[in-house]
Design a binder for this molecule. Structure first.
Ligand SMILES: Nc1nc2c(c(=O)[nH]1)N[C@H]1C(S)=C(S)[C@@H](COP(=O)(O)O)O[C@H]1N2
Ligand SMILES: [Mo]
Length: 432
């Protein structure tokens, strides 16, 4: 197509002039997102279930999640690595898809600002669904990334925002796919991907205008080929993968996780693995955890108080478990050693079937100072009140004198600087 040097003046001159925009490019990017977003949704729902949010209001304060929480189940303790993998996939995939999401938004931007804004009731409905789609997508990616980067700037807690947002976003995605999939597949088949990847910038032509609203009505000369555009997005994703995945995979790759806010160099020795909140950050005073420290265990009308030497007198057990945080970073297996939660339940009247437990830290304020665990987690022989790790006493930052470690549980359940365990009907508002 020959582009006239001067276009005749038209009432609305589209400011969107990239010759790359068109249904094919949008559809290719859309299909990549279509593969990734369901995985994000599924791993997100599992991650939420892993909190046992029905043990509210301690674990989660999402109001009226009843309907959306229909699928919740008692989070299992087997396999012990499931949460670690689930969260690694969720966070890494979410970050890797960011360039694809941005490119997709760029490719449809003429439609988002199309005029007139509303042409008919049907068109109004479509625009509203696009608002939920685009708004929901940006919201989910933004809250997720901010949380991973420990930027808790959003109002209220991350969990309800990200959880409700996920349903809105996924609902909009489902509707969008239902409406657009045939057109998308047609558009993708309309051009040969391999031919496109061999087309240089100078031979790049706009897609034929199919009234999709994506193709520019007055395209400029290409400054890059479609191959270049897709390559840029792909390289962006690969680069993000490279600087993120190490925080979940661990080992020598931990050093490569440049974007990880936590523990690229967690130090050496038995306690040399990443710390989330340090003792100083959690404002644990020396006097909170000195020789005056006691563990209070409550149960069936009984209460016992144990000093650290007394805890050491109880049978000690080992379990090799990772810490896996909701933020995607995790540690390799650490060798924990301490007292079984089930044995502590026995001390306060639960000889056979230990119940749920409510765990409180000596930490006075701040998030994560308490958590509730279900009976299946208490019953597992690998669930410990750990006193030692990798053959040494716990460091202050890892929760000295005692912390919880439970297989397959989110890191946040592994309360540090534990002060009190309440077994039984002590979970405030519990509805297990
Ligand atoms: N008392 C207390 N326990 C806590 C936390 C906390 O801030 N305070 N952080 C939790 C979170 S979110 C995680 S991921 C793990 C991290 O354990 P680590 O710092 O030993 O790696 O501890 C958990 N236990
Ligand atoms: Mo965490």
């Amino acid at each position: 197509m020959k582009i006239p040097a001067r276009l005749p003046s038209v009432p609305l001159r589209s400011p969107w002039r990239s010759p790359l925009r068109g249904p094919w490019l949008t559809s290719v990017l859309g299909l990549v997102l279509l593969c990734g977003i369901p995985v994000l949704f599924l791993t997100g729902l599992l991650s939420y279930a892993a909190y046992n949010p029905n043990l509210s209001p301690v674990n989660d304060q999402t109001p009226d999640k009843g309907l959306l929480g229909f699928y919740l189940f008692s989070w299992p303790t087997h396999p012990y690595w499931l949460y670690r993998v689930n969260q690694g996939v969720h966070v890494t995939l979410g970050i890797v898809l960011v360039p694809v999401l941005l490119a997709k938004l760029w490719s449809v931007v003429p439609k988002l600002f199309a005029l007139p804004p509303v042409r008919s009731p049907g068109h109004a409905l479509e625009r509203l669904s696009l608002l939920l789609l685009v708004g929901g997508g940006i919201f989910e990616f933004l809250t997720g990334i901010l949380n991973v980067q420990l930027d808790y700037i959003f109002p209220g807690s991350f969990y309800p925002l990200h959880f409700y947002g996920a349903w809105v976003f996924f609902g909009a995605v489902t509707a969008h796919v239902a409406i657009r999939l045939p057109r998308t597949l047609r558009a993708v088949r309309g051009r040969d991907l391999w031919a496109e990847l061999r087309t240089s910038r100078t031979r790049t032509r706009p897609e034929p205008d199919d009234r999709s609203g994506l193709v520019s009505s007055r395209p400029a000369e290409p400054t890059m080929s479609r191959r270049g555009a897709l390559g840029m997005v792909g390289l962006g994703s690969v680069a993000l993968f490279g600087v993120t995945a190490g925080q979940s995979i661990g080992g020598p790759l931990r050093e490569t996780a440049l974007l990880a806010p936590h523990g690229r160099q967690p130090g050496s020795g038995p306690n040399g693995f990443p710390v989330n909140k340090t003792a100083a950050y959690a404002r644990i005073r020396a006097t909170d955890v000195d020789d005056s420290w006691r563990l209070v265990v409550r149960g069936r009308g009984e209460e016992v108080s144990l000093s650290l030497p007394q805890l050491r007198q109880l049978p000690q057990h080992r379990s090799a478990l990772p810490i896996a945080c909701v933020e995607g970073w995790s540690t390799e297996n650490q060798q924990w050693e301490g007292v079984r939660l089930a044995d502590l339940a026995k001390l306060v009247g639960y000889a056979a079937d230990p119940p749920d437990v409510f765990v409180e830290s000596v930490q006075r304020g701040g998030a994560f100072r308490a958590a509730a665990m279900r009976d299946n987690q208490v019953r597992d022989g690998r669930s410990l009140l750990a006193l030692r790790v990798n053959g040494a006493v716990l460091s202050h930052d890892h929760g000295y004198p005692a912390r919880i470690i439970v297989p397959n549980a989110p890191g946040v359940m592994n309360t540090k600087w534990v002060g009190r365990l309440s077994f039984g009907a002590t979970v405030p508002g519990g509805q297990s």
